[in-house]
Design a protein around this ligand. Structure first.
Ligand code: ADP
Length: 398
């Protein structure tokens, strides 16, 4: 029988769930419980053939949502009986977790202790783990950390030039996020290059609502754009990425913003949304700029420019490049963003193949560069599969 894993991704107001076939990454059942702790809480899921929506009681919490997910699973007897473990995506593993691990009380406590650094995520994930332990008591549970892949980044790259004691006593350093995605696409790229990952120098750009880029030297992460939190780095859907840190104090001292307002401004009202004042959605901005909207164009130009700067700096860091990889909703689908980015990198040996680029979308993976270029790939990511595979590995020492 297939070994299947229930993969849970508990956010602050949603739970994504999927049953993943560990052998091939296919998802016979997947869905999302959303608007938790708010009005119109609901679960939407697809079983491969049909889409379903179940309304939950208003302000349903994680526990209620997981119970509802458990009831949905009850309807799929064969799938449920093929479940061998539960894998949890955990956003922040700090310095403590350099790889995934089987969850026990000590691990759960450590994930909770890191809530200070990921206040929106880690508490929700502890709640998710506890509910899943109650609902699926017979199954081993494994935590897979977004930060673990980046624990190979050297100290000179992960430290901020702040007084060292802030790192020693408060853990203030770069951690990096989206680790499962960067891990997955870098390994896929090595396969496409027909090379061992240990011999690959890669730059991986995960461009979704959240965006991050990683420098991977000889198969190991040596730098990444997200930092102490997922706010640093690239321009994102609603996050500003890199700014002068003094803007924070200016907003507070001169414009009267509270800390919570600064946080909301930079995380929820900035990025593509903040510049364009139209949308955080790349598709909408592309169609608006085609109609001549200048702000939509500016937002996209800023998105591309920041990306080009990071690619240029990571080309300096990784050494001779084997491949540049685009992934995430934008990276996998937007031929426009890819083309605009690569057009600015011609002097660094990167050239796009227009036809291959236009054809590469909707979950396809492959080469989008021409024969004069270093390799450029668009690769469909599959973070759930990474979580499922690690879950099997750490649950059963496989
Ligand atoms: P999340 O970070 O929430 O997982 P996704 O990886 O799904 O997000 O990426 C969402 C982004 O992908 C949105 O900005 C969306 O506009 C963009 N996107 C999806 N399909 C396309 C497309 N065909 N062309 C351009 N952008 C796209």
């Amino acid at each position: 029988m297939n070994q299947r894993v229930l993969v849970l991704n508990c956010g602050s107001s949603s739970i994504k769930f999927a049953i993943i076939d560990a052998a091939n990454g296919e998802a016979p059942l997947q869905g999302i419980a959303e608007n938790l702790a708010a009005s119109h809480s609901q679960v939407r899921y697809t079983d491969g053939q049909n889409k379903h929506t179940i309304n939950l009681e208003d302000k349903a919490d994680h526990k209620h949502a997981l119970e509802a997910i458990g009831r949905i699973l009850m309807q799929f007897t064969e799938l449920r009986s093929s479940l061998v473990a539960v894998g949890h995506r955990v956003v922040h593993g700090g310095e403590k977790f350099t790889h995934s691990c089987l969850i026990d009380d000590r691990v759960k406590q450590a994930i909770g202790d890191m809530a200070q650094m990921a206040p929106l995520h880690n508490p929700a994930q502890v709640a998710g783990i506890e509910s899943a332990q109650a609902a699926f008591a017979q199954l081993p549970q494994v935590a897979v950390f977004d930060t673990a892949f980046f624990q190979t980044i050297p100290q000179h790259a992960y430290l901020y030039a702040l007084p060292y004691n802030l790192y020693e006593h408060h853990g203030i350093r770069k951690y990096g996020f989206h680790g499962s995605s960067h891990y997955f696409v870098s390994r896929q790229a090595a396969k496409l290059l027909n090379k061992d990952i240990e011999h690959c120098n890669l730059i991986t750009a995960h461009l979704g609502n959240g965006c991050s880029i990683a420098a991977i030297k000889q198969g190991k992460a040596v730098d990444t754009s997200m930092g102490f939190t997922p706010l640093e780095g690239l321009v994102m859907g609603t996050r500003c990425g890199d700014i002068d840190p003094s803007i924070t104090t200016f907003l507070m001292e001169q414009l009267g913003y509270s800390a919570a307002q600064v946080n909301a401004l930079m995380n929820k009202q900035s990025g593509l949304q903040g510049i364009s004042q139209i949308s955080n959605d790349c598709r909408t901005l592309e169609s608006e700029q085609e109609k001549g909207n200048e702000r939509a164009k500016l937002a996209l130009d800023m998105f591309v420019y920041r990306l080009v700067k990071y690619i240029g700096s990571y080309l300096a860091v990784v050494g001779p490049l084997d491949a540049l990889i685009f992934t995430g909703g934008i990276g996998e689908n937007s031929s426009y963003i890819r083309q605009q980015t690569i057009a600015q990198l011609a002097h660094l040996g990167l050239h796009i193949d227009d036809k291959a680029n236009k054809d590469m979308r909707f979950g396809r993976s492959g080469l989008i560069s021409n024969e004069d270029s270093k390799s450029i790939f668009a690769i469909a990511t599959n973070e759930e599969w990474v979580i499922a595979q690690d879950t099997i590995k750490y649950a059963f020492n496989a």
